[in-house]
Design a protein around this ligand. Structure first.
Ligand code: PEP
Ligand code: MG
Length: 570
């Protein structure tokens, strides 16, 4: 009998293949008392284990921003004196063995994070557990089970993969990932997304349902695993697979092509990045610039607010690497679901409607000053633009413009270079910014539509709540009409609109967005080639007619059906 199990799709794609049940070595930790004269020896053992782990991390190659973030976070956590000090105190005070003392220190730290309300900080408990596990392997002299070398292609099924597992796995042999636990925003999920490996998390007890080498289909678009599928299902998936494979081949062919419709409109196809590692990936995939630099990562991987100097170095390097192609840097969008370990956010009833993004910056002007000065200074080294998150009014843009003017004057007096004509754009991701688009565009240079937030705010449907995920859909006619209004408003003023939310990476939406007049697609790097292939085969005049048809519909299912038919033509 075919069995089907459901989870949460965390990284898009479909895989078919053999199961590899990945189990962790069960590290038995026993407790025993030690003689007083053994105390220093036990402490030294822990210190050596930490040092060995840090050494290993420092020599580890990383292939994505998220993997780099994991590595750097572990180096920082392991090097934090609190880890060795607390463990030493336990050994000294309670005369207990090093393993037990380390284990109890880690457990305490994990508990502190798990009890936090903030979703981001809660996820960091997994990082601490991961760190503890790795130091414990060193301390016990046990070689951990890893996914570093696989003898064949597999779908990895595990209770929970740690960020270390995913950032070090033999990715050429990993067809897909399935986990009992885990969240969409965990580091493991983010790594899977950047590597383009399909993943499903939150499958509850999938590890107990599957056996090694069992044949399964992992559909990380629907979020389902099909066990021992019949021939008909396999054939249907083979077809799906062929389409995905063809798409990949097309993407490969087009990735370095220019993006121009058959009737001559040139489009910008750029990438979203979280840091310099992602930029490397973007350029490799054919990005012609950066449409969204989410600077939050820079703040998250640090243990204090990054200084102007530190930020300047990163932005400057990115600007130089892009050699004149655009680098759109979004100012700090913190709050909502994104926290910082070193900054306490007030407890709020509705964090997504609360103190986030620009609102934080206005109240913490020092943070804004450091960042805007760093961005301005980097603008002397390339084609840098500023992007403001969560705008709801003209007054906000004017206020930021005033700050920018002040910082320009400061820099001038200090003899520091910057681009006098640096452009400032805004994210359109609130209903207010849609209604006010005609006014807002008069005070800025461009729009970038953030469909992730725009969809949740227009539809009053939390972007992270699984219970209502069926409502959260950017193909809802309300969202589509908003997007059209925004693009039209910018064009009436002779300005341009880009899109950096997930919708821009969705090939089902490309033809429609082209017809609506979108000028720039800022996407996840893996999608660049596919999008360019659609753009290069699109006749804009026909796409505009198609838009009229779609916008006349009031039903999502009909809209989706129409889009599906259309995308199959490409
Ligand atoms: C968006 O809201 O669409 C967006 C790009 O911003 P973020 O996902 O970082 O909130
Ligand atoms: Mg947003």
């Amino acid at each position: 009998m075919i069995m089907k199990y459901k989870g949460i799709a965390a990284s898009d794609g479909v895989a078919m293949g053999k199961v590899y049940l990945f189990e962790k070595i069960n590290l038995e930790i026993s407790k025993h008392t030690i003689e007083k004269d053994k105390v220093e020896e036990e402490i030294e053992k822990v210190q050596k284990a930490i040092n060995d782990y840090v050494y290993e991390l420092e020599n580890r190659e990383v292939s994505s921003q998220a993997a780099k973030e994991v590595r750097d976070a572990h180096i920082e956590l392991a090097s934090d004196p609190a880890l060795i000090d607390t463990t030493s105190d336990k050994i000294r005070g309670e005369l207990i063995n090093s393993e037990y003392a380390l284990d109890s220190t880690i457990k305490e730290m994990v508990m502190v994070f798990e009890m936090m309300d903030d979703a981001y900080l809660k996820e960091r408990a997994a990082d601490y557990r991961d760190l503890g596990e790795n130091v414990m392997y060193k301390l016990k002299g046990v070689k951990p089970n890893t996914l570093q070398v696989l003898d064949d292609d597999y779908i990895i099924v595990s209770e929970e993969l740690t960020p270390t597992d995913t950032s070090t796995m033999d990715k050429d042999h990993v067809l897909g990932l399935a986990m009992d636990l885990g969240g969409k925003t965990s580091h493991s999920s983010i790594i899977a997304q950047t590597l383009g490996i399909p993943a499903i998390v939150g499958m509850k007890d999938i590890t107990s349902k599957l056996k090694n080498d069992q044949f399964i289909i992992l559909d990380a678009i629907e979020g389902t695993i099909i066990v021992d599928p019949d021939e008909e299902t396999v054939n249907a998936y083979k077809k799906k697979f062929e389409i995905i494979k063809e798409d990949k081949a097309i993407a490969e062919k087009y990735k370095f092509a220019e993006a121009k419709t058959t009737d001559g409109k040139e489009l910008e196809v750029v990438c979203n990045i979280g840091g310099l590692e992602d930029l490397k990936t973007g350029l490799k995939h054919g990005a012609r610039g950066v449409g969204l630099f989410r600077t939050e990562f820079l703040y998250m991987e640090s243990d204090e607010f990054p200084s102007e100097e530190k930020q300047f170095e990163v932005y400057k390097e990115a600007a130089e690497k892009l050699e004149g192609m655009p680098l759109i840097i979004r100012t700090l969008d913190i709050g909502g679901d994104k926290g910082l370990s070193y900054f306490e956010f007030p407890k709020e009833e509705n964090p997504f409607l609360g103190w986030r993004a620009l609102r934080v910056q206005f109240d913490k002007v020092d943070i804004m000053r450091d960042q805007l000065r760093a961005i301005l200074r980097s603008s002397a080294y390339g084609n840098v633009k500023i992007l403001l998150p969560m705008v709801i009014s003209v007054a906000e843009i004017k206020k930021v413009q005033e700050y920018i003017e002040t910082y320009k004057q400061e820099l001038k007096l200090e003899g520091k270079k910057y681009d006098e004509d640096i452009q400032v754009g805004i994210m359109v991701e609130t209903p207010a910014s849609v209604f006010m688009a005609r006014d807002l565009i008069k005070y800025c240079d461009f729009f970038s539509i953030g469909t992730n937030d725009l969809t949740q705010y227009i539809l009053a449907a939390d972007r992270g709540n699984e219970k209502i995920s069926h409502l959260y859909d950017y193909f809802n006619p309300a969202v589509l009409r908003a997007i059209k209004q925004v693009i039209d408003a910018s064009h009436e003023e002779g300005k341009w609109t880009g899109m950096c939310g997930s919708m821009s990476s969705d090939s089902l939406a490309t033809y429609l967005l082209l017809g609506m007049g979108l000028d720039e697609f800022s996407v996840v790097s893996a999608k660049i080639g596919k999008l360019k292939s659609i753009i290069n085969n699109t006749n804009l005049a026909e796409a505009e007619k198609f838009v009229q048809k779609v916008l006349s519909l009031d039903n999502i299912n009909e809209i989706r059906a129409l889009l599906k038919d259309k995308v199959e033509e490409f």
